[in-house]
Design a protein around this ligand. Structure first.
Ligand SMILES: Cc1ncc(COP(=O)(O)O)c(C=O)c1O
Length: 387
């Protein structure tokens, strides 16, 4: 019997089953949930990427539990802000780094608070460490705002950390400077750590004026702050498997040693990823430029599809790779997504996949190349049903 940390059933949900059927039967559809950048038709600098991966460092094994000094220097230089390579620990991905941080900060049965809606993987990344990731619904007035009263009410004796995504996935919301100050005060008062996922921080589209730049650029925080990022989004290279955690703030240095111990048990970052890190980070701005052009084009296509269809609107897309649509809640979210797939040949995610309450939201990725056609088809069907 597998442990109780695993899901009781691994049966795919109805939407995944239908997608599998479409694929098995060769039925065409436009996938507006696609977020794998290597399959979205971007022109990568292929020769340079392959040359970076052929660096001589690939042939040698000099394990360092925090990651090679040269790779950490490259990551520190990428972030700037005076980040010290000694405050960085490399991992194979941010997902792996979350597992390490939950092991570092929590005993089994402890919990972390996650202002929601947020990235759905947190539930399993925490559960697999014996930790509860407790969603704390945000206040939804036009934009989602951290609800400090709800955080207060949710915090208990077993709470160890707060996890925020900046900008968030899927809502695209950046933290504002006042939310940031509030989170620091909240965590410092309760002896909690603050985990800030900044994988999308370079992808600003409609940022609010008072947004926090990066958690790495703020004055010394009064609590331990762990900032997560990686090549998967920064350079749109998820297959390289290189992520990292930067530790800062009061008490963070003392936690670096046990975090290093943890990383030492895995030594999971490949020599080739570390040897290539500096060159790949040099390529990142060019790769990002291609993605940003696509994100802007698709956001404009989304607005064109919503224009003249007042029943359909979207939340501000402050940053990131996704957009949240508001639709009339005429049927359960999954039924709506199934209808769009079967009747319009378009795959979208219902909002509840991301803990958005109710049935009035859909989530689409802004990366896919055929986005304009897909969103027009989806909007036409949703609009016809709303009339
Ligand atoms: C908010 C967020 N964090 C982390 C990740 C995962 O990144 P990695 O590939 O480094 O595990 C994703 C992937 O979609 C994400 O959306």
């Amino acid at each position: 019997m597998p442990s109780h940390r695993l899901p009781p059933s691994l049966e795919p949900n109805a939407l995944s089953q239908e997608v599998d059927r479409f694929r098995r039967e060769g039925l065409p559809f436009i996938d507006l949930t696609a977020t794998n950048p290597t399959r979205c038709g971007f022109a990568y600098p292929e020769a340079e990427i392959l040359a970076a991966l052929a660096a001589p460092g690939t042939l040698a094994y000099h394990p360092d539990p925090r990651g090679s000094r040269t790779a950490r220097e490259a990551v520190a230089a990428w972030h700037g802000q005076g980040l010290d390579p000694e405050d960085l620990v490399l991992a194979a991905s941010t997902s792996e780094a979350y597992g390490w941080l939950f092991k570092l900060l929590c005993d089994p049965g402890d919990e972390v608070l996650v202002p929601s809606p947020s990235y759905p993987l947190f539930h399993w990344l925490a559960t697999l460490e014996g930790v509860e990731a407790r969603p704390v619904p945000a206040l939804a007035f036009g934009r989602w705002q951290v609800d400090f009263q709800a955080l207060e009410a949710a915090a208990g004796p077993r709470t160890r950390a707060v996890v925020v995504v900046h900008p968030n996935n899927p809502t695209g919301q950046f933290l504002t400077t006042s939310e940031w100050e509030g989170l620091l005060a909240f965590c410092a008062a309760r002896g909690l750590a603050l985990l800030v996922d900044e994988v999308f921080v370079d992808y600003a589209l409609e940022p609010p004026a008072d947004r926090l730049g990066s958690a790495l650029g703020t004055p010394a925080p009064p609590c331990p702050v762990f900032v997560l990022s990686g090549l998967s989004k920064i350079a749109a290279l998820p297959q390289i498997k290189l992520g990292w955690v930067a530790a800062r703030g009061a008490g963070a240095r003392a936690l670096l040693e046990p975090l290093t111990f943890l990383a030492d048990q895995y030594l999971s970052v490949s020599a080739s990823a570390q040897a290539a890190a500096a060159d790949l980070l040099r390529l990142a701005p060019g790769i990002q430029a291609g993605l940003k052009a696509r994100l802007r084009r698709n956001l404009a296509a989304l607005d064109a599809a919503l224009a003249g269809r007042p029943a359909l609107t979207r939340a501000p897309v402050e940053g990131g790779w996704a957009a949240v649509l508001r639709i009339p809640a005429l049927e359960p979210g999954e039924a709506c997504a199934l209808r769009l797939l079967r009747e319009a040949g378009v795959l979208v995610h219902p909002g509840h996949f991301f803990d958005i309450p109710g049935d009035g939201h859909l989530v689409v990725s802004l990366l896919p190349e055929p986005f304009p056609e897909g969103i027009e088809r989806a909007a036409a069907l949703l609009d016809a049903r709303a009339r």
